[in-house]
Design a protein around this ligand. Structure first.
Ligand SMILES: Cc1cc2nc3c(=O)[nH]c(=O)nc-3n(C[C@H](O)[C@H](O)[C@H](O)COP(=O)(O)O)c2cc1C
Length: 216
């Protein structure tokens, strides 16, 4: 698989098969992903892996914890166009794959709650960054994440990045024993896609080039 194939094949997977993933595989992917660039080579990513027994313990643990105030603004308040419509559309398209209508609030909440189960994935990352770090280092973490997800794709694994964990920062920090100077960015579910599940039929759309790039 070349890089273009990996970029085109990666999608956010929201239903996984239970097939296990070896710690060694995840360790190898993380080590290679750390070749991602970062301003000043600061390498601000701090990663916690849960897999197998620790995933089982985490699932029991998180079921006892209440939702928290978001650790950060997941979207800007009053998100403007065209970003607002793009966000709205992917949500509508996703719920349409599983037959959940706009009015079906309980259905939508139940789908959101699947984030807490990592959509059935056997393994996951929690991605943290120190509180001293600003937008440039958060961007570095994003590059690390995409590098990891593309390498996972090459290794035959599927992923879903999850900002949903921003509403469980305290609980996750307690479980992974993150030091107080670290804050959560997101989780990443890792495993093998259940390709029979209709939610995985979603192929999100992209803006045409002239919306986001201008040649001068
Ligand atoms: C940092 C980040 C956090 C995300 N958080 C969530 C999440 O909590 N739950 C979810 O279902 N999808 C989440 N997504 C997936 C996005 O909805 C998805 O990337 C977008 O719709 C584009 O679709 P694609 O990843 O399939 O190309 C997240 C994506 C990113 C990059």
């Amino acid at each position: 698989m070349n890089v273009t194939d990996a970029v085109n094949a990666r999608r956010s997977i929201r239903a996984f098969r239970p097939d296990p993933v070896a710690d060694e595989t995840i360790a190898q992917l993380l080590a290679t992903a750390s070749r991602a660039p970062s301003g000043g080579n600061v390498q601000p990513w701090r990663i916690y892996v849960i897999n197998g027994p620790s995933m089982e313990r985490f699932r029991s643990f998180i079921a006892t914890r209440p939702i928290e105030a978001p650790a950060y603004d997941i979207y800007p308040a009053g998100l403007t166009e065209p970003y607002r419509s793009s966000r709205f559309k992917v949500g509508e398209d996703m719920y349409a794959t599983i037959g959940i209508s706009r009015e079906d609030k309980p259905g939508r909440l139940a789908q959101f709650a699947k984030n807490l189960d990592f959509f059935g994935a056997p393994a996951a990352l929690f991605c943290f960054v120190e509180r001293q770090m600003g937008p440039p280092q958060w961007s570095d973490l994003g590059m690390f994440l995409q590098t990891f997800m593309l390498l996972a794709q090459e290794a035959g694994l599927d992923t879903c990045p999850q900002e949903a964990w921003a509403v469980y920062e305290q609980a996750v920090s307690e479980f992974v024993e993150a030091p107080p100077e670290q804050r959560i960015f997101c989780g990443v579910a890792i495993g093998h896609a259940d390709l029979d599940h209709p939610i995985n039929s979603l192929v999100s759309q992209r803006e045409p080039l002239d919306v986001f790039a201008r040649f001068l």
